[in-house]
Ligand binder design. Structure first.
Ligand SMILES: *[C@@H]1O[C@H](CO)[C@@H](O)[C@H](O)[C@H]1NC(C)=O
Ligand SMILES: *[C@@H]1O[C@H](CO)[C@@H](O)[C@H](O)[C@H]1NC(C)=O
Ligand SMILES: *[C@@H]1O[C@H](CO)[C@@H](O)[C@H](O)[C@H]1NC(C)=O
Ligand SMILES: *[C@@H]1O[C@H](CO)[C@@H](O)[C@H](O)[C@H]1NC(C)=O
Ligand SMILES: *[C@@H]1O[C@H](CO)[C@@H](O)[C@H](O)[C@H]1NC(C)=O
Ligand SMILES: *[C@@H]1O[C@H](CO)[C@@H](O)[C@H](O)[C@H]1NC(C)=O
Ligand SMILES: *[C@@H]1O[C@H](CO)[C@@H](O)[C@H](O)[C@H]1NC(C)=O
Ligand SMILES: *[C@@H]1O[C@H](CO)[C@@H](O)[C@H](O)[C@H]1NC(C)=O
Ligand SMILES: *[C@@H]1O[C@H](CO)[C@@H](O)[C@H](O)[C@H]1NC(C)=O
Ligand SMILES: *[C@@H]1O[C@H](CO)[C@@H](O)[C@H](O)[C@H]1NC(C)=O
Ligand SMILES: *[C@@H]1O[C@H](CO)[C@@H](O)[C@H](O)[C@H]1NC(C)=O
Ligand SMILES: CC(=O)N[C@H]1CO[C@H](CO)[C@@H](O)[C@@H]1O
Length: 550
């Protein structure tokens, strides 16, 4: 393993020798950054133990220590220091914008910002492109006082380009690796967000999910991920796949940190009509806005009915045994926490779901018009790509895009459709999805068995919720044992299964049930603390003590 030699060498270049020794006598009041929570960081900022400028220095130092091995961050915001200084001054004057005030966050490289940072989805076609304004997500984070620290690498085009690429690879950002085994498949498509949150390279991160892209990299990087109900978080100026399924959400080390981030980014947005479906967005409803942080209570599972849809969980095999064994143990924890675990709450149309092509049709029908709508908003479009066809041509002709070794099968398929998302064929497919995931799937099970949520190993959580736009949360459940046989991904360039690679426990529920799901995940997390029991093979070592006062 390259870790210790590499880290000492990198650290020696970056910081003076005293810093190397510093980590062993970190004062108790300076939180260690691998696991520092929002509340610990805020307490330190309020007490004057360190500043937001210190936090930016420490996190950037940590990013540079591991980035040449893991490639999880594509760029750092050159304005981060100025912004941190302003927020420090506000704090000194007694102005606090809220719980994220002065905390650095990294966002996925498909979430737009109207600043020096590029928004590319990992494609060279969009390097240098400029936007008319921040994405609503970025604007909300800034208003909440968060520091946009940089952009994280991703599976290119959020994994909607190629049938033979690899998780976490983009032409612009290179290959992201996970931190739990050399060459680890980081999963995707929010790969860099998962790795960065896990190693404490920011207080938290944002990812986006169409089907699995928050939940999967969260579980494989030992963190918490929340995929919100479609429409809870605005997609304005986020590079899209599908308006019917895309949903940005938080990725963080603890449930409560993820809840803090979620609280800051939800809400109606004039630029994304799907947000009008938020139950409390209209004065006509009597629903009040949930408090996701207050939902984090130790007793959240008490008296709740949690279903286990066995027919949607696959089979226990020799290679997946560790996940199943950890899952059964987790069910015991849920029972001890006061929940009624209802077994065999099966999805009645699950065989049809597995056989269905409707989701692919919905995504393909959305992709071309939704991407063109995004591209039409650019105020500077250096390569002049205005349509999916233009992007495909660019990808197939620009050498750094690695074509044909990584093909454009997803582009090809979407362009081959003879209809679009306003046509009958697309609506028919969407209606099929609403049945398969609804009455025939998750929503049917919730109602038949009178459940508050279902729980599954995170591998099996995303699809059925994706097709109905439903919410999912994953929380660390365990990791593969040391005698696990190493298996590569299909391309053969990543270690997909290996000792120490983490996996998660996922709760899924009805639309807009995020507060409940957060509570359930928190109650499980507080009783098990699995994250702290699984350790990365490579770590960043720069700490606050190395930067405070310098
Ligand atoms: C991260 O690593 C990649 C690959 O080595 C590099 O190209 C990129 O500039 C690095 N990003 C930062 C912020 O250092
Ligand atoms: C954005 O891309 C341009 C062109 O490659 C580059 O010069 C610039 O440094 C990038 N921005 C950041 C913040 O890395
Ligand atoms: C995958 O793991 C094997 C066995 O430990 C190791 O030899 C190989 O270098 C790893 N792959 C990568 C891409 O690091
Ligand atoms: C929202 O819907 C209205 C009415 O259909 C439409 O005019 C408008 O363009 C839509 N806005 C966006 C951002 O899609
Ligand atoms: C709700 O009512 C308030 C005050 O009457 C108004 O300011 C706000 O715009 C209304 N919101 C919506 C979504 O109609
Ligand atoms: C649910 O599915 C499991 C796994 O396929 C099966 O063993 C069980 O009999 C099913 N139970 C019901 C009530 O359908
Ligand atoms: C799967 O699809 C095929 C072809 O459309 C169909 O013949 C078959 O009945 C389907 N099976 C299920 C379980 O839906
Ligand atoms: C395809 O892209 C190349 C450059 O990458 C450009 O020269 C060519 O005009 C493009 N073709 C079409 C049909 O857009
Ligand atoms: C990916 O697929 C394309 C054909 O679509 C093929 O030319 C290329 O060799 C494949 N790459 C790998 C690594 O298999
Ligand atoms: C697309 O093609 C199919 C079969 O070739 C045809 O039935 C359908 O009407 C076409 N749809 C549109 C919108 O042109
Ligand atoms: C790993 O060790 C456990 C416990 O000794 C054993 O049950 C399991 O079969 C082993 N797995 C493999 C892949 O060898
Ligand atoms: C933005 C950037 O610097 N991208 C680089 C990421 O890493 C790959 C190699 O892994 C380079 O080819 C890219 O230029």
């Amino acid at each position: 393993m390259v870790s210790s030699w590499f880290l000492l060498r990198a650290l020696a270049i970056f910081a003076p020798l005293t810093s190397v020794l510093g980590q062993y006598d970190t004062p108790a009041h300076l939180p260690l950054l691998l696991d520092a929570t929002a509340e610990e960081l805020t307490a330190g900022l309020d007490a004057g133990d360190f500043t937001s400028v210190d936090l930016v220095n420490a996190y950037v130092g940590r990013i540079l220590q591991v980035n040449s091995t893991l490639h999880m961050v594509t760029e750092i915001n050159p304005d981060a220091w100025t912004i941190a200084k302003e927020l420090d001054e506000e704090r000194a004057q007694g102005k606090c914008r809220g719980p994220l005030h002065g905390l650095p966050i990294l966002i996925k490289n498909n979430i737009g910002t109207a600043d020096e940072m590029n928004n590319t989805a990992g494609s060279w076609s969009l390097v240098g492109a400029r936007l008319p304004r921040d994405s609503t997500l970025a604007a909300k984070l800034r208003a909440a006082g968060a520091i946009l620290l940089g952009k994280t690498n991703l599976s290119q085009w959020a994994n909607y380009r190629s049938s033979n690429s690899s998780n976490g690879w983009s032409a612009y950002g290179g290959q992201t690796y996970g931190a739990y085994y050399p060459g680890q498949d980081p999963s995707g498509s929010s790969s860099g967000s998962g790795v960065s949150a896990s190693l404490g390279l920011a207080f938290g991160t944002l990812g986006t999910e169409t089907d699995g892209s928050i939940i999967s990299p969260s579980q494989q990087n030992n963190i918490v991920g929340i995929k919100p109900t479609v429409g809870l978080t605005s997609r304005s100026l986020v590079i899209p796949i599908s308006e019917h399924q895309d949903s940005p959400g938080p990725m963080a080390r603890t449930v409560k940190d993820a809840a803090y981030i979620l609280q800051a980014i939800v809400g109606p947005d004039q630029y994304d009509n799907y947000t009008t479906a938020i139950p409390w967005a209209s004065n006509a409803s009597n629903v009040s806005e949930p408090d996701y942080v207050a939902a984090c209570t130790f007793d959240a599972l008490k008296g709740k009915r949690i279903g286990v849809p066995r027919n949607a969980i696959g089979r226990r095999t020799a290679s997946t045994a560790p996940i199943y064994d950890a899952f059964e143990a987790a069910l015991s924890v849920l029972r001890e926490a006061g929940a009624t675990v209802v077994d065999n709450t099966n999805y009645t149309a699950y065989a049809e779901y597995l056989n269905s092509t409707a989701e692919g049709t919905v995504l393909d029908a959305d992709f071309a018009p939704d991407l063109a709508a995004y591209l039409s908003e650019l105020i500077y479009n250096p390569q002049g790509v205005e349509t999916l066809a233009d992007v495909r041509n660019f990808t197939r002709t620009f050498p750094l895009e690695d074509y044909p070794d990584r093909n454009t099968a997803d582009f090809d398929e979407a362009l081959a459709l003879n209809f679009t998302n306003t046509d009958y064929e697309a609506w028919q497919a969407y209606e099929e999805d609403l049945y398969l995931g609804g009455e025939g799937g998750l929503l049917g099970a919730l109602s038949t068995y009178n459940l508050d949520a279902v729980v599954v190993p995170a591998d099996y959580a995303s699809g059925i919720s994706a097709i109905i736009g439903g919410p999912v949360i994953t929380v660390p459940l365990g990791a593969f044992p040391s005698n696990t046989t190493v298996v590569t991904n299909r391309r053969g360039d990543l270690n997909a299964t290996a000792p120490n690679i983490p996996f998660g426990l996922a709760f899924a529920g009805a639309l807009w049930s995020e507060a409940d799901l957060i509570g359930f995940a928190y109650a499980y997390e507080q009783r098990t603390n699995v994250r702290k029991k699984v350790h990365p093979y490579i770590e960043a070592t720069i700490e606050l003590v190395d930067v405070v006062g310098s």
